[in-house]
Design a protein around this ligand. Structure first.
Ligand SMILES: [Fe+2]
Ligand SMILES: [Fe+2]
Length: 250
């Protein structure tokens, strides 16, 4: 596990503050922690899907991708469906193909399709755990974290894509770091679940970073460091809302 976390911890510019861990292990925050985690899994899938629909796939593949997410979006935004309907939903109806003119092709598609599949499986697993704890799902507002990163994304290409991939890398890396930090402080079952997520989240972080570097084709270490600083600021400054990626509890 240390080997897995080493590159993550050196990528991140700060560790999760102990005060956040202290808040996260309080039982009155469990509903918020799990609910936000489940929504984060959907958002991770949506972001990856948005990237390949915008940059890589043909229309028919784009439609198949949208249909794949529908049951999950129905559940989160319209409270339609249940654990049972979600269970059988993680199916993609066709092979996803790059459009003829796509500049960033199959590697982006392959990495993102695998990522979406895994995030949707995590979504199902969080819902299963919520159900086991007797926690009913209710929608919540988003915290400041993702917005706080995305607002620095440049508005011209290819920088927009590169910045979004760097943000993806930071969000995945932070999630991974937090799962590892939280695991010893939650009940056994939840702790095991968090540990089981580390491997895939570490790979997601690496995939985003590799794609950003490949697509840029030049040294982007300064840009990575820039987002690393912004990310650390969001994690280490007071935050009025408690969420999975929130800062220091105010
Ligand atoms: Fe995930
Ligand atoms: Fe992930």
């Amino acid at each position: 596990m240390d080997k897995l976390l080493e590159p993550i911890n050196s990528f991140l510019h700060c560790a999760t503050p102990d005060s956040w861990v202290k808040a996260a292990k309080q039982s009155e925050n469990l509903t918020m922690l799990l609910t936000d985690h489940m929504i984060c899994e959907l958002k991770a899938a949506q972001t990856a899907m948005w990237l390949i629909r915008k940059y890589a796939v043909d229309k028919e593949s784009g439609d198949a991708l949208l249909a794949w997410l529908h049951p999950y979006e129905d559940f989160i935004y319209r409270k339609k469906g249940s654990l049972e309907t979600i269970k059988d939903s993680n199916k993609l109806s066709k092979n996803i193909q790059a459009r003829a003119d796509a500049k960033y092709g199959q590697d982006l598609i392959d990495k993102m399709v695998l990522l979406i599949k895994e995030e949707l499986h995590h979504f199902y697993q969080v819902l299963e755990i919520m159900q086991a704890h007797g926690i009913e799902y209710n929608n919540i507002t988003a915290g400041r974290y993702a917005k706080g990163l995305i607002r620095h994304v440049k508005t011209h290409e290819p920088e927009t894509l590169i910045d979004k991939l760097i943000c993806g890398a930071y969000i995945e890396a932070r999630s991974c770091e937090r799962f590892a930090k939280l695991a010893p402080h939650v009940d056994d079952e939840l702790g095991k679940f968090y540990i089981s997520l580390l491997r895939s989240e570490a790979r997601h972080y690496q995939d985003y970073l590799t794609l950003a570097e490949e697509i840029a084709g030049t040294d982007i270490s300064e840009r990575i460091a820039f987002f690393g600083e912004k990310e650390a600021e969001l994690i280490s400054t007071p935050d009025n809302e408690f969420r999975f990626h929130s800062g220091v509890p105010a």
